[in-house]
Design a protein around this ligand. Structure first.
Ligand code: SF4
Length: 382
C-alpha cells in the first residue's frame, strides 16, 4: 500500500503567539545536531515500516526552509540508505515561509526531487500579519510566490482567517490577491486559540465568522477549487497526496520531535508519537535499540489500536473528506448491537441535516461548521 514519511524540522524565526506546533527559535548552530538525530531515528525505525515504497515525503515544522538544502538532501539519502524506495510519482513537499528561499536554494530543492511547496504566509495584510506576530511582510510573500511561479511550481498556500481586526473586506482582498498568483492548492485555517488569549481581542463576531466560512468556500469554488477536505481546496489533480494518504488510513512514519506515526503489521495497527521537545526526543532515541520491534516502545507514547479505535479513526478522518466514508464498510466491522446504536444516531444526525447519506456518509454545510459536535455524537464506545 506504500507509506508516507513525515520529517519534523522545528526551527522558526519567531514564536507565533497562536501556534501550537512544536517549534523552537532558529539557531543555526543547532541544525547539524538536530539533523544527525533525525538520521539516527531513521536508522532505528526504518525496519518498523512494513512497506518501504514511499508515496510521499513531507518536510514540515517549524520552517524546514531555514535549514540548508544540503541537510534536506542528506535526509532523503538517509531514507534511501535504509531501504526506502521513492516511487516514480512520489510527492516531496517542503514547508517554506515567505522570504526563506532564494533562486539558489530553490534550484537545489528541485534538483533533489522536492516537487511541492507549502507556503505558510497566512495573509497579505501587513497590519494583520504584524498583529498576529508574523515577521514576514506581504512583500516577502509576493517575492516568494513570484519565484515559485517563475519556475511554474506546484505549491499550496496556508491562509489564516478570523484574525484580530479582520473584516469581510480584508478577507475578500486576501482571497482575490491569492487567486491572482494561481496557486494549485489552498489550505484555510480558522484561528483557534484559548478563550483568554490576547489575540481574541477585536476578532470578528460569531456571525461574521460564519459568514467568513461560507465566503471562503463559495469564493474558492468560484475560482475552480474543489474543497476535497474540510480545510483543503485544490485544483483538479493537485490534492495533497501526503495528507490524502493519511486521511484514507494509509501508513505513515514520522521522524523528529513531536512527529506521529501509524504503522500496520499484519492485522495489528500501531500509533506512536515522539516527545514535544528536542531534549526529550533525544532521550527517547537513546533508549531505542537496533532491531527493536515497533511494539517494544515505551507505552507512554505508543498504543496498539483496538478494532473500535481504528473504526473511530475511520469515521473521524472520513468525515473530514468531501466524499465521506462508506457506511457499509463501517457496518461490516461492527457487531449487531453497535450497528443498531450507530444507525440510530446517524439517522438522527441525517434528520437534523448534519449528515448526508447516499453510498457514503458525509458532512452537510451545517455539519462542517459543527464537526466536533458531530464527531462526539458518532463516537463508537468500547
Ligand atoms: S512560523 Fe508557523 S510553525 Fe513557526 S511558530 Fe509561526 S505558525 Fe508556528
Amino acid at each position: 500500500m506504500a507509506i508516507g514519511l513525515y520529517v519534523h524540522i522545528p526551527f522558526c524565526i519567531q514564536q507565533c503567539p497562536y501556534c501550537d506546533f512544536s517549534t523552537e527559535i532558529n539557531q543555526q548552530e543547532n541544525h547539524h545536531n538536530y539533523i544527525e538525530l533525525l538520521k539516527k531515528e531513521i536508522a532505528l525505525k526504518s525496519n518498523w515500516a512494513a512497506d518501504k515504497n514511499v508515496r510521499s515525503l513531507y518536510f514540515g515544522g517549524g520552517t524546514p526552509s531555514l535549514v540548508q538544502p544540503k541537510y534536506i538532501l542528506s535526509l532523503i539519502k538517509e531514507f534511501e540508505k535504509y531501504g526506502f524506495y521513492f516511487l516514480e510519482d512520489v510527492e516531496i513537499t517542503l514547508e517554506i515561509n515567505p522570504g526563506t528561499i532564494s533562486e539558489e536554494s530553490l534550484g537545489e530543492y528541485l534538483q533533489m526531487g522536492v516537487n511541492r511547496f507549502s507556503v505558510g504566509a497566512q495573509s497579505f495584510n501587513d497590519n494583520i500579519l504584524n498583529k498576529i506576530g508574523r515577521k514576514h511582510s506581504a512583500q516577502d510573500t509576493v517575492k516568494t510566490l513570484d519565484l515559485l511561479n517563475k519556475h511554474k511550481l506546484n505549491y499550496s498556500f496556508d491562509l489564516l482567517f478570523s484574525l484580530p481586526g479582520q473584516s469581510m473586506k480584508d478577507l475578500a482582498l486576501d482571497l482575490a490577491t491569492l487567486n491572482s498568483f494561481s496557486p494549485k492548492h489552498i489550505s484555510t485555517y480558522y484561528l483557534t486559540i484559548p478563550q483568554r488569549h490576547s489575540l481574541n481581542l477585536n476578532r470578528p463576531d460569531e456571525d461574521t465568522e460564519l459568514e467568513m466560512f461560507d465566503f471562503i468556500e463559495d469564493k474558492l469554488d468560484s475560482y475552480g477549487f474543489n474543497q476535497y477536505e474540510i480545510s483543503n481546496h485544490a485544483l483538479k489533480n493537485f490534492e495533497s497526496k501526503h495528507n490524502y494518504h493519511t486521511w484514507l488510513g494509509g501508513q505513515y512514519l514520522g521522524i523528529g520531535m513531536s512527529a506521529h506515526s501509524f504503522i500496520e503489521h499484519n492485522d495489528d495497527k500501531f500509533r506512536f508519537w515522539n516527545p514535544n521537545t528536542t531534549n526529550a526526543w533525544e532521550k527517547s532515541l537513546e533508549v531505542l535499540k537496533p532491531k527493536m520491534k515497533v511494539s517494544d516502545q515505551s507505552p507512554e507514547r505508543f498504543e496498539k489500536l483496538t478494532k473500535i479505535d481504528h473504526l473511530n479513526d475511520f469515521v473521524h478522518t472520513g468525515l473530514r473528506l468531501k466524499e465521506g466514508f462508506s457506511e457499509k464498510k463501517l457496518m461490516e466491522s461492527l457487531d449487531k448491537e453497535k450497528q443498531n446504536e450507530w444507525i440510530l444516531m446517524a439517522n438522527s444526525m441525517v434528520e437534523q441535516k448534519y449528515l448526508l447519506r447516499d453510498e457514503n456518509i458525509s458532512l452537510t454545510k451545517k455539519g462542517k461548521r459543527m464537526l466536533n459536535f458531530v464527531l462526539e455524537k458518532l463516537f463508537i464506545s468500547k
